[in-house]
Design a protein around this ligand. Structure first.
Ligand code: BYC
Length: 311
C-alpha cells in the first residue's frame, strides 16, 4: 500500500478514537513528535525533582518532610513511566538521558527558576502541579496508547500534589504577617512562569495544529492556559492572596478572565538555556549521572548473572 493511503487509514483510525500501539504502522512524523513530547515530559519530571529536593532537608516539620519526600519520589516514578512509554517508539533510555545531559533535549521552562523559601513548596504544588494536571488530564486521552496509559496513573498522583501545595499556602495564609508575606511573595514569583508552562501562544506554536489533528493534544496551549487562569483566579480568593496581574479581570462576555501580557522574551530566553537555574539544573543531572555509574554497572552485572543461570 502507498504511504499516502497508509496515512489516510491512520488518520481514520485516529478519528475513530482507536489508540495507536507501538507495533502499529504510524507516519514517521507521528513517531517523532510523540518521542519528542514524551521524552521532554519525562525529562521535566526528572529535572522537576531538583527545585523541590532542595527543601527536603529544610522542611519545617517531620510530617512536612515525609510528604515532600513522597511527592519528589512520585516525580521520579512519573519520569520512569514516561521514559518507558518513549522507549516503545524506538529510542533507548540511555540515548534520551544522554540528550538531556548534553543539553540537546528540552524540559519544561518552569524548572529553571529557584525555590527560595518554604512557601515556594506550596506555590510549586498549587501552581506548577496545577498547570501540569490540566495539561495531563487532556493527555490521558492522547492517541498514543502507552502515553495515555502512563498519564492515567500520573494524574492521580498529581491531584495529591496540588492539594498538598495548596494546603501549605493555606496554613501560611492564616499565619503571622511574615508568613503571609512569604506566601504572597511565592505566588508573585511563580505566577507568570507557571503560565509559560503551557507553551507559546497558539499563533506561535509550531507543533499544535498537527498534534491536534493526530489527537496527541486535544486542546491548544492558549485554551489550557485560559482554563488554568480561570481556575486559579477563583482559588486564590480562598487564600486571601492576589495574583500579580493588574489586568486580571472577569470578562462576562467571554465568560473567562482577561489577563495581562506574558513576557515571551523571558520564556524563550529560559527555553534557550539562559534562565536563572538552567546551568545549575543540568550540572546537577550530570553529576547524578556520573555518580550513579556504579549502580548501573552493578545492576547490569546482576542481570547478566541471572541470565547466565537461566541459560
Ligand atoms: N518549556 O509547538 P509548541 C510536571 C517548546 S512536569 C520548554 O507549542 P508542543 C512536574 C516546545 O517543546 C510537566 N519548552 O510545542 C514535575 C517546542 O520546541 P520543539 C511538564 C517548551 O510540544 C515535577 C516549542 O517550544 N509537562 O508535571 O506542541 C514537579 C514550540 O512549542 C515549553 C509536559 O511536558 C515549555 N514550557 O506543546 C511538578 C507535558 N513549551 O520541541 C510538576 C507534555 C513549549 O519543537 N508536553 N516548548 O523543539 C506538552 O503538552 C507539550 O509539549 C507543550 C508544548 C504543551 C509543553
Amino acid at each position: 500500500m502507498a504511504t499516502t493511503d497508509m496515512g489516510e487509514l491512520f488518520q481514520q483510525k485516529i478519528d475513530k478514537e482507536i489508540k495507536i500501539e507501538p507495533r502499529d504502522w504510524m507516519p514517521d512524523a507521528y513517531r517523532k513528535t510523540n518521542l519528542r513530547q514524551i521524552s521532554q515530559h519525562a525529562h521535566s519530571e526528572i529535572v522537576g525533582m531538583l527545585p523541590e529536593g532542595n527543601w527536603i532537608s529544610r522542611a519545617p516539620t517531620l510530617k512536612r518532610k515525609a510528604i515532600l519526600l513522597a511527592k519528589v519520589q512520585d516525580e521520579a516514578g512519573h519520569g520512569l513511566y514516561l521514559y518507558s512509554a518513549a522507549e516503545t517508539l524506538g529510542m533507548s533510555r540511555d540515548q534520551m538521558v544522554a540528550d538531556l545531559n548534553n543539553g540537546k533535549a528540552k524540559y519544561s521552562s518552569i524548572f529553571n527558576y529557584p525555590t527560595l523559601t518554604w512557601a515556594d513548596m506550596g506555590a510549586v504544588g498549587w501552581l506548577v502541579d496545577g498547570a501540569a494536571i490540566l495539561n495531563q488530564v487532556m493527555l490521558c486521552r492522547t492517541s498514543y496508547g502507552p502515553y495515555a496509559r502512563a498519564m492515567v496513573r500520573i494524574c492521580k498522583e498529581e491531584s495529591f500534589h496540588q492539594r498538598q501545595g495548596f494546603e501549605i499556602l493555606l496554613v501560611l495564609s492564616k499565619g503571622s504577617a511574615a508568613q503571609k508575606a512569604m506566601c504572597q511573595d511565592a505566588i508573585n514569583r511563580w505566577w507568570w512562569p507557571s503560565l509559560m508552562m503551557f507553551g507559546p501562544k497558539d499563533s506561535e506554536s509550531t507543533n499544535s495544529d498537527q498534534s491536534i489533528q493526530w489527537k496527541i493534544k486535544r486542546k491548544t496551549n492558549d485554551e489550557l492556559r485560559q482554563q488554568f487562569i480561570d481556575m486559579i483566579a477563583e482559588q486564590v480568593k480562598i487564600l486571601g492572596m492576589t495574583l500579580p496581574d493588574d489586568k486580571l479581570q472577569w470578562n462576562p462576555e467571554r465568560k473567562h478572565y482577561d489577563f495581562g501580557e506574558i513576557n515571551w522574551e523571558e520564556f524563550w530566553n529560559v527555553v534557550k538555556g539562559n534562565g536563572p537555574c538552567n546551568k545549575q539544573r543540568l550540572d546537577a543531572r550530570r553529576k547524578a549521572h556520573e555518580e550513579g555509574a556504579w549502580v548501573r554497572e552493578a545492576a547490569k552485572a546482576h542481570a547478566a548473572k541471572r541470565l547466565a543461570k537461566v541459560a
